[in-house]
Design a protein around this ligand. Structure first.
Ligand SMILES: Cc1ncc(COP(=O)(O)O)c(C=O)c1O
Length: 365
């Protein structure tokens, strides 16, 4: 399937054509066993865990546009930032390195889990240039300093915002929203009462809501907050959607501006738990249910908390026939190179080695 967004906005094709890294449309599947367990008939999952065979989830959708933009503007280095276990940083490095780009990332600590270690270790194989800062508040300055240094050394850097949630990155989810609306029109599921997605930097939820509005699909997008509001105020997804609509309007789709005034988007704070990267009891229970009943793999930081919200919201729906969709944003395949060699982390700069000490299996690195 080609991009429904390019079909709607053909002028965009002249300046920006997404990289062909997506296997789409991703399936929309009925969650029969999970539905039976919570007394709801119409639960569905959008299988974005399979957007790419090597590394799927929500990352390839944004990167298809972000990296196309970097190549079109003749950049040679990608500079980005995130937490040490960031899927965003890993996917940027994986897809960027395949295109022959250098990748440099500024990382902040987060609670360490095996998922975090796997993502971090994969950077050793990818030869990502990593820098550690001690607090998220240092990121803007560290990013500015890195961009200045790369520019001074003529490395032609492109700044990829944390989470890839710039207007260009969000185009990937406008496109996904149009893809989903077509599936609903074709009868793959009833018009949903809500589509539930984790909300970190906001680009996924913002792009989807704009895509739905452009397609005339009235279903609300529920973004389940996984980061505290001081990192991402609830207004951010609206800003992203507005700026993305302005970008589309500049490229011949003025209806995007009207669509941005009709967004059906809600940010839910109730499932964050103790904070970013800290597993919550409700999230871990949802993770176990998804695994046991549907054989779907979730992670504690993003998808488990969104899954807990999805089950609670569906269970509280006025009618058992209301359809709820869980948008699965985690890659089905594990991070490339992860787990192959337990000493792989030794290839990382020494300041990262402490995240591999005192392993849960009792071994000491
Ligand atoms: C697996 C997963 N789901 C959801 C998100 C949240 O997406 P966004 O940052 O666009 O809100 C992320 C962000 O990194 C993620 O890694």
């Amino acid at each position: 399937m080609s991009s429904p967004l390019l079909a709607l906005c053909p002028r965009l094709d002249r300046v920006l054509r997404p990289l062909p890294i997506l296997e789409r449309p991703t399936a929309l599947e009925h969650l029969e066993r999970l539905g039976r367990a919570v007394g709801r008939r119409e639960l569905y999952v959008k299988r974005d865990d399979r957007t790419n065979p090597e590394y799927g989830g929500n990352k390839p959708r944004k990167r298809a546009w972000l990296l196309a933009d970097a190549i079109a503007s003749d950049r040679r280095t990608l500079v980005t930032a995130g937490a040490i276990g960031s899927h965003h940083v890993l996917a940027t490095s994986l897809f960027g390195r395949k295109l022959g780009l250098e990748v440099c990332a500024v990382l902040t600590p987060q609670p360490v889990s095996e998922d975090v270690r796997a993502n971090l270790a994969a950077h050793a194989a990818l030869e990502t240039e990593l820098h550690l800062v001690h607090h998220a508040a240092e990121l803007p300055f560290a990013l500015a300093r890195t961009m200045a240094a790369k520019t001074a050394f003529l490395d032609r850097p492109a700044l990829i915002l944390p989470g890839g949630s710039s207007p260009v990155g969000a185009l990937g989810f406008v496109d996904a929203g149009l893809e989903f609306a077509a599936q609903v029109r074709e009868g793959a599921c009833p018009e949903p009462a809500a589509v539930v997605v984790p909300c970190g930097t906001g680009g996924t939820a913002a792009g989807l809501a704009l895509g739905f509005a452009l397609a005339g699909l009235p279903s609300p997008v529920v973004g389940v907050r996984v980061v505290p509001s001081r990192w991402m105020p609830s207004s951010v997804p609206w800003w992203i959607a507005g700026a993305t609509a302005a970008l589309l309007a500049r490229h011949g789709l003025p209806s995007a501006l009207r669509a941005a005034t009709r967004l059906r988007l809600r940010i839910e704070d109730r499932w964050l738990g103790a904070g970013y990267g800290i597993p919550s009891a409700a999230g871990q229970a949802a993770l176990a249910r998804f695994g046991e009943l549907e054989r779907l793999r979730l992670d504690a930081t993003y998808t488990a908390k969104a899954a807990a919200a999805f089950l609670d919201l569906a269970a509280a729906a006025p009618s058992p026939d209301d359809a709820y969709v869980f948008w699965l944003t985690l890659s089905r395949s594990p991070p490339p190179g992860a787990g192959a060699d337990p000493s792989a982390y030794l290839g990382l700069p020494p300041e990262f080695h402490r995240f591999f000490r005192d392993r849960p299996d009792g071994r000491n690195a």
